[in-house]
Every structure is written in C-alpha cells, then in structure tokens.
Design a protein around this ligand. Structure first.
Ligand code: TNX
Length: 535
C-alpha cells in the first residue's frame, strides 16, 4: 500500500470510529421540542459519569422532588448512582446544580440551563421552571437514556446556554374518561406523557351520557349505577375521591393542574339514569352505551337540580386545589335556549360560591337573552355578563361563540376541533377515531396559529391551548398513545414556543428525531409517512 492508501485507510478508520462515537459539540443542533426561546453553543462537551451527582441549592421539598425526579430519570439507563444532595457551595465537577434565581424574563415557568465542560447549572424563579428544565435535559441526552435497563454510554451533552419560557400560561390536554373509563395508572401515564413536552394542564372529562366517573359522597348512585358501564357496554368504572386526590397530587408534583369537568346540562344521561328526581318527568332514564350526542338534559326548571349541582361542586371543589372547575355546557340540544342561558348563569354563581373559576365550552358564552331570572327578577343579561366576564370559554368550533366570549370579557382556551381534536383520524385509513371535524395529519395539527385561527380574536384574548382526546373509539392506553402521538408534540410546541419562524419543514426533522425517544419509552405512536423518522 502506498502512502496515499495508508492515509485513506486512516481516514476511513477514523470515520468508522466517528460513527461509533462522535461527541455532540453544537448545542444549537439538538432536536428540542418544544423549541426553546434561545440556544447558544460553546462547542465543548459535558460528560455525565458515575461520579456525577445532582445538587440542589436548598432543602425545600419542591427542590428535593425535582432533584430526585431528575436523578430517577438518569439512573436506570446509565446505571449510575446519581446521588441527590443539597449544597451551599459550588458543587463538584461533573455535576448538575439546581437553584432558584430572580430573573424577571423567565417568569413562573421559564428556566436557564448553562452547560460548561464540568458543570450543568440550572436556574429558574420557581420550582416549576426547574422541572421544565429537567424535561429539556432529558432531550439533551441520547434517546436510550429513556430505557429502563442499563445502556452503554458515553452520556455526553454539548456545552452552551438555553434560555426558555412559555408563550402561553395554559397548555393542556383533555382526557375523556367518561365514554371509556381509564385506570388511575393510565391517567398517571397520561400525566407523564404530556409533562414530557411541558404541558401544565390536564382536563378530565369526568361525566357524560355514558358514565359518571367521580365518587360524590352525597349522591352515591352516580358512580354505583351511573359509573357501571361505558360505550359499547363494557364495565365502566370510577375514581374514588381518594384516587382522584392521588391523581391530583401526582399531577401537582409534575406542575400539572387538574381541571375536573362535570358536563351539564346536556351530556348528563349517566346522572339522569342514577336519580329519577333529576328528570323533569321524575323517571330515571336507561343507562346509555351508544355514541350519539345532544339528547339528554338535567331538569333546569327544578330546584332539586341546583341542590344536586351545589353538592357536586362543593365536593369537587374540596378535592381540587387548582383554581378551575369546568361545567361543560356543550351540545345541550335537549335544553331550550331560554332555559340554558339562566341555567349556566346560576351554575356559574354556584361554582364561584365554592371559590372556583368557571371554565365552560364555548356555548356557555351565550348570555344574550332578555329574560328575567325567575327566582329573583334580576336581569340575566347584566348579572350573567358580570359572571361570564370572570369565566373562561373553551373554543372548539363556532367563531360566533368565541366573539361572544370576548365581548363578555372572558379569556379563551383554544381547542379548534379541526386542528386539536386528538380523536380525529389522521386520514381515511386510520382504524380508530372519528372525522366529523377533519382528518388531521401530523402536518395539519402543527401548521396553524391560535392567534389567527378565529378572525378578529387577538393574542390578548387567549389564555392558552388545549388538545382534547374524546374516547368514543379509544379503549386502552395503547390506543390513547396512538391517537395523541405524535400530534400532541407539535401542539405542545404551539403552546410553549415563540411562533416566529415556525416551519413544518424544520419541525418535521426535529420530530423525526423523537421517534427513538418515543420508542425508548414504549410509546405506541402513529408513524406518519410525512415525518423523516430516525431509526
Ligand atoms: C363533540 S366537542 C363533543 C364531544 C364528542 C366529540 C367527538 C364537544 C365540546 N363535544 O361530546 O365526544 O365531539 O369528537
């Protein structure tokens, strides 16, 4: 072999070597989702080793939880001990250091990660910011870090700085546990899955025609009878208040607020079947296991109905530390409009009297009716307008309702069915799901803006976004994962990241790099042909 041949041989060997192990050196090339506000690279490498520890700046339970959460994510795949300890001084080289700072731009949920070749420094104003930083940290390590068994290293991270904070304070998903019931373990996994992408709200749709899923001690037949079945006639189920509290705590530890929804006056057959007195004719309905909507209504003209609602709202408020209670209010086609409007006004007052802020589906924004409230002669328009102003309306379909909400002075949560409904089929071949709103391929779920979606609605009117998963066709965790992933990843980015410069062509590359990450976590995702999945 001549010199040239030897030289080529060395180059070839080096490039084979580099395939086996090429350290990451450009932090800006990481495929982070949601995309951070700012990433600056300094072209060196930090290595996590069996000497590395997690240090927290104080002993508060919140910092301990976040520190331990981070360590727990690192231990199984690295096999390292990853001790968590508090320190008042600069921690030893090779460590990750979590501390609270005072940095106005970062707000309540933002964070900064500074990575040098011997230390990772994570700062935030609040523990929530540190928690979201930890979710970013996971994405800076190879996907195999997500596996439950020991993987080979090295565990390297490119150096530089990430500064990041959310666009919207409300970034959520809804899980319908009424049409099909899902276990406490399933809901915990759902919490873990949405927290990966920095969502901070889980809306639980707890009651509907097909099932009542939360124990109400003063009305026990709601769950005993009303929770006994589901779509298709399966056995249904419900959460005891203790189980619900456990879910709330689990979510809270992950900086996720649970919003419970009791849907009324429509979508209420499970309650109507459980208590005859909630029906205007005094007769209990039969349990329902089909998928029609719009046929049921609580008896809005009877006092017992408001006693019932007061009891339910009192019990729910007592076990819900979050600020919101969702009253449903959608598709009440079996309730006359002149009954619906005063009903919603009265329910708002009940919810407020128990210290909670009302969220309702967009229909609840309709308050314009020249009618006196029967019991006190107050003009519904004036009283209802005041109550509506402090309520939140969840847009899903009708721009007229979105404008009504804004005119009332309400903020909007955006859940446009044609973009965000995770029960919509990807295309006509998708085995699960519906398509009444649209087929929503992965690009379509990503290519839209909450700010321009409804003409005349502006950024200031919008509190945030929420991606609902209705469960008429979805029966287990694998199916949940298939419908929500990967669309929910792009929706989470719409909620968190700055909109400027957003492009599907750029995003789909990043998303493709999350395939191995989802696989490592056992997520059953839809492998859309639109995405260049990395093997
Ligand atoms: C409409 S969206 C509903 C739900 C259904 C869903 C199915 C909304 C507020 N109501 O009752 O489950 O469509 O996609």
């Amino acid at each position: 072999m001549n010199h040239k041949g030897i030289a080529l041989g060395i180059v070839a060997a080096a490039s084979v070597m580099s395939c086996i192990h090429r350290p990451p050196t450009d932090l800006t090339m990481e495929n982070l989702i949601p995309k951070p506000v700012l990433v600056v690279a300094t072209a060196k490498v930090f290595e996590l080793t069996d000497e590395s520890g997690v240090f927290i700046a104080d002993d508060s339970p919140e910092l301990q939880f976040v520190g331990e959460y981070l360590a727990e994510r690192l231990r199984p795949a690295t096999g390292f001990e990853v001790n968590v300890a508090s320190t008042k001084v600069a921690p030893k080289a090779g460590s990750i250091f979590l501390s609270l700072s005072d940095d106005a731009e970062l707000g309540d949920e933002g964070y900064e990660i500074d990575i040098t070749d011997n230390l990772i420094n994570i700062k935030a104003n609040k523990p929530a910011g540190l928690f979201w930083a930890v979710q970013t940290m996971r994405q800076l390590l190879p996907p195999k870090v997500e596996r439950n068994t020991i993987q080979s290293g090295p565990w390297e991270i490119s150096t530089g700085t990430i500064r990041d904070f959310p666009s919207y304070p409300f970034r959520g998903s809804m899980l319908d546990v009424a049409r099909h019931f899902f276990s406490v373990a399933d809901v915990k996994r759902y919490v873990d899955l949405i927290s990966l992408y920095k969502m901070n709200v889980l809306h639980l749709h707890l009651s509907d025609d097909q099932g009542w899923r939360i124990e109400i001690k003063s009305w026990p037949n709601l769950t005993k009878h009303g929770g006994s079945t589901q779509v298709g006639g399966g056995k249904g189920g419900y959460y005891t208040q203790e189980e619900y509290k456990e879910l709330v705590k689990y979510a809270q530890d992950r900086y996720i607020t649970i919003i419970p929804e009791i849907d009324m006056p429509g979508h209420s057959n499970a309650a109507l079947a459980s208590y005859p007195e909630l029906n205007c004719d005094g007769k209990a309905t039969a349990l329902y296991t089909g998928t029609e909507v719009g046929f049921s209504s609580l008896c809005t003209t009877s006092e017992i109905t408001y006693k019932f609602i007061d009891d339910v709202v009192r019990e729910m408020s007592a076990i819900t530390p979050g600020p919101y209670l969702h009253i449903g209010g959608d598709e009440s086609d079996a309730t006359k409009r002149e009954h619906y409007i005063p009903f919603v006004a009265r329910v708002r007052d009940i919810v407020k009297s128990h210290g909670k802020q009302v969220i309702g589906w967009e229909e609840t924004a309709q308050i314009n009716m020249n009618e006196k409230r029967p019991e006190d002669g107050i003009n519904v328009d004036a009283a209802a307008k005041a109550a509506a102003a402090s309520s939140i309306a969840q847009f899903w379909k009708n721009p007229v309702h979105a404008h009504e909400a804004v005119n009332n002075g309400s903020k909007l949560v955006m859940s446009p069915a044609t973009k965000m409904y995770l029960d919509m089929q990807y295309d006509s071949t998708t085995k699960l799901g519906l398509h009444w709103a649209a087929y929503i391929e992965v690009d379509s779920a990503y290519m839209w803006s909450p700010v321009t979606f409804v003409e005349g609605i502006t950024r200031e009117n919008i509190l945030g976004i929420e991606a609902p998963l209705w469960s008429e066709t979805v029966t287990n965790m694998d199916e949940i994962e298939y419908m929500i992933f990967p669309r929910i990843i792009g929706l989470a980015e719409i909620g968190w990241s700055p909109e400027e410069g957003r492009s599907w062509d750029e995003y789909k590359i990043r998303l493709g790099n999350h395939g191995p990450r989802m696989e490592a976590q056992g997520i059953d995702y839809y492998k859309s042909a639109q995405v260049p999945w990395v093997e």
